[in-house]
Design a protein around this ligand. Sequence first.
Ligand SMILES: Nc1ncnc2c1ncn2[C@@H]1O[C@H](COP(=O)(O)OP(=O)(O)OP(=O)(O)O)[C@@H](O)[C@H]1O
Length: 359
Amino acid sequence: MARILIDKLRHAYVQNPQKPEDYALKEMSLELADGGAYALLGPSGCGKTTLLNLISGLLHPTEGRILFDDTDVGQLTPEQRNIAQVFQFPVVYDTMTVYDNLAFPLKNRGVPAGEIDSRVREIAGMLDLGPTLNKRAAGLTADGKQKISLGRGLVRSDVNVIMFDEPLTVIDPHLKWVLRSKLKELHHRINRTMIYVTHDQTEALTFADRVVVMNLGEVVQVGTPVELFERPAHTFVGHFIGSPGMNALPCTVENGRPTFLGHAVPIPGEIRLPNDGGRLEIGIRPEFIKFSGLESGPTIAVEVTKVSDAGRFRIVETRAQEHRIRLLVPEGDPVPSGAAQLRFDPKHTHLYRDGWLVG
Ligand SMILES: Nc1ncnc2c1ncn2[C@@H]1O[C@H](COP(=O)(O)OP(=O)(O)OP(=O)(O)O)[C@@H](O)[C@H]1O
C-alpha cells in the first residue's frame, strides 16, 4: 500500500506547450492517503484518464512529480509501480476457468499454491463468483466477465494502489447498484488505496470517502460527499453534483451583505472579497429553500412555474423576474400556485466570485 503524493503535476499532449490551453492537465497538487477510497469525478474530457495514466505510469508528466510514499515513481514503468487496474471493458482469458483467471495475477508472481487458493476463494466469495469458479470464462455474461476483471484487480495483496476506470460501464443497470455498494464493502474489507474514475456522481459518491472533482483539466474540489454537497468550492461542483444542481443567482454586495433583486440574503460566514470586481453569485441548493409560512425574516418573491414529481420529493421551478430558482418540496407538503415567497436557509447559502466560493 502507499500514500500517493502528486506534486505540481502538469501534462500536455502537444510538444513544447506554451499557453495554458496547451495543457490537458493544469497544475495540480494532491495527497491521497494510504488505504483511502478516492473517486476522480468530472465530465468527459476533463482529464480524469490523463491523471490516472500519469499515476499508473502509462504516461510520463510534462512537469511535476508523483511519489508513492517517499519514492519518486516518475520514471518507473507501470509494472514497477505495482498497481492493479480494472478497465471499462472486461480483460479476461476466455479459455481459462474463472478460478484460473482469478489465480493468474498471483501465479505470475510466484505466490504459494495454498495462499493462491484461499485468496481466490475469498475474492470469489466477495463477488458472488463462487458457484462459477470451475466454469470457463467464455460462458459468462458481460456482467460476469467484468466481475472477474474486478476480482483480478482485487486479488493481489501486495499492490500499492488499485485503479478502476469506469468499471461499471458494461454492467446491466439493475446490477450496477449492487456492484456499487459491493465495491464500497470490498474497500472496507481489503483496505487498499483505491482510485475510481467515473463521470457518474452516484458511483463516485457511493464508493469514495473523498471525491476529487475535476473540470477543464483542473481539480476544482477535493472533499467528502457531504462537503461537496454542503459547501461546493465552485459553482461547477454545485451544478455537477446534486439533482437538480445548486441554484446560482447573480448578486451584488451592499453594506457587506449579498443582495439579490434588492433583497439582502443572509449567509453564515464572513465575506472574503477582493476589491477588484468579478462576477458575484449566490449559491443555494434546492434542498435548502422553503416556501415561506408566517414566520418573519427575509423572503424572495417568486412565481411558481412548474412542478415535477421526483418520488419522495417534488421539484418546484419558480421565477424571480428572469431568474429561475428551483426547490425540493417533500411529498405531502403544500405547493402554492402562482405568487409565493421563498426562504433561503442562511446556513446553506453561499457567495461565489467568478465561480469560486468566497463566503
Ligand atoms: N492521446 C491524446 N492526444 C492528444 N490529446 C489527448 C489525448 N488523450 C486525451 N487528450 C485530450 O486531453 C483532454 C483530457 O482527456 P481525458 O481523456 O484525460 O479526459 P477524461 O476526463 O478521461 O474523458 P473521458 O471521460 O471522455 O475519458 C481532452 O481534451 C482530450 O481531448
